[in-house]
Design a protein around this ligand. Structure first.
Ligand code: CO
Length: 206
């Protein structure tokens, strides 16, 4: 079963070795990516391909609608490993226009567990309902919700104690918010980058 995928894999590995004989050997010893990508599971948004990076260059976490929920052990484990062990310099939350997860969050249909997963997006939509309701075109409105969701997840990441503690230790980390367009393959930087605790949150002096 899946012979075509196994054949693809063998051909891919051969091409890699043909271009660079030591490619896999070097990766075996360590990974030292500078970037953590938090993106949507959508098959049309393949992280490495979009930014044209090789294996070893991008640490990736993907879930439905690119969420960074502060109670999700999977996301938190990835974040802590990326920050404390790999010491990535950049974390990009990457949403995408036309995200099915974002539209499912607000279309009123019931799907089961995923409705709970998408709950944070309904909250974002509620908080921004004046702005969103002023957009007459439904697709444009949902695309704006995709952007607002990215901005909120950037805030979640930058407020996280792993990231806050890394900044307090003097570690360099920039948290970026991007949106990808499936229609043209281009990433837009939402220019909401957070690079230190002063920009991220309020806390009482220790
Ligand atoms: Co999506």
């Amino acid at each position: 079963m899946l012979d075509h995928l196994k054949a693809n894999n063998r051909a891919w590995a051969e091409r890699k070795i043909a271009a660079d004989a030591g490619f896999f050997h070097r990766l075996e010893s360590q990974q030292a990516p500078e970037y953590l990508w938090i993106g949507c599971s959508d098959s049309r948004v393949p992280a490495n391909e979009i930014v044209d990076l090789d294996p070893g260059e991008l640490f990736v976490h993907r879930n439905v609608a690119n969420l960074a929920p502060p109670q999700d052990a999977n996301y938190l484990s990835v974040l802590q490993f990326a920050v404390d062990v790999i010491k990535v310099k950049h974390i990009m939350v990457v949403g995408h226009y036309g995200c099915g997860g974002v539209s499912a969050a607000v279309d009123g249909k019931r799907r089961g567990l995923v409705d709970h997963w998408l709950h944070p997006i309904r909250e974002i939509a509620h908080e921004h309902h004046h702005e969103l309701e002023a957009i007459p075109d439904v697709r444009v409105r949902l695309d704006r919700l995709c952007e607002l969701n990215v901005m909120r997840q950037v805030r979640n990441v930058s407020h996280d104690v792993f990231v806050q503690d890394a900044w307090a230790r003097g570690q360099e980390i920039h948290v970026h918010g991007w949106v990808y367009s499936i229609a043209n393959g281009l990433v837009t930087d939402l220019n909401v980058t957070v690079s230190g605790p002063d920009e991220a949150s309020y806390s009482l002096p220790r």
